[in-house]
Design a protein around this ligand. Structure first.
Ligand code: CMP
Length: 139
C-alpha cells in the first residue's frame, strides 16, 4: 500500500555534509522524497516534536542537539513507507543497526543517530502536519 512517512536528517548528519548520502540510501530503497526542506528547528518545535520523550533522561540533550544546526525535514512516499523507512534507518542504537542501514553507515551514537522516521502511520500524519502544508509536498 502506498503510504507517506516523515523523516528528519538530523544535525549530526547535516554537519558532516551527509544529506545527499542519506538521500541516496532512501531513494535506493525505493522511497520517493516527495517533500523536503532544510530548516533550523526552534526550541519550541523540537520540544513539541519530542514531547513523548519529555520525561526521559535524554530529553534535554536531544532537544539541544536538534536545534544546534540545520535539519532536513522530508516526506517520503512508497509501498509500506513507514515500515520500509524504519528498515532503511536501522536500529535506534547504531551498535545494533544492520549492515546497509543509514544508522550503521553514519550514526555516531544513540543520540546522534543521523535520522528520525515515524513509528506508525498515525504518527506519520501528525508529524508531517507539524512541518508541511499540502502545497509544500509537490509529489
Ligand atoms: P528518534 O527516532 O529521533 O526518537 C527519539 C530520539 O531520542 C532517538 O531517535 C535518539 O536520537 C534519541 N535518544 C537519545 N538517547 C536515547 C535512548 N537512550 N533511547 C532512545 N532514544 C534515545
Amino acid at each position: 500500500m502506498t503510504e507517506r512517512t516523515f523523516s528528519i536528517i538530523k544535525p549530526d548528519a547535516t554537519r558532516r555534509n551527509l544529506t545527499g548520502a542519506v538521500n541516496a540510501l532512501i531513494e535506493g530503497a525505493g522511497l520517493r522524497i516527495v517533500g523536503q526542506r532544510r530548516i533550523r528547528l526552534t526550541e519550541d518545535q523540537a520540544k513539541k516534536f519530542y514531547e513523548v520523550h519529555a520525561a526521559r533522561p535524554f530529553y534535554n540533550e536531544l532537544v539541544s542537539q536538534m536545534i544546534a544546526e540545520p535539519v532536513v525535514v522530508q516526506v517520503l512516499e512508497g509501498d509500506n513507507a513507514v515500515a520500509r523507512y524504519r528498515e532503511v534507518m536501522g536500529a535506534t542504537n547504531p551498535q545494533e543497526a544492520a549492515e546497509g542501514t543509514i544508522r550503521k553507515a553514519f550514526a555516531l551514537s544513540i543520540g546522534e543517530n543521523s535520522v528520525h522516521g515515524s513509528d506508525s502511520i498515525e504518527n506519520a500524519g501528525i508529524e508531517i502536519a507539524q512541518f508541511f502544508t499540502a502545497d509544500q509536498i509537490p509529489g
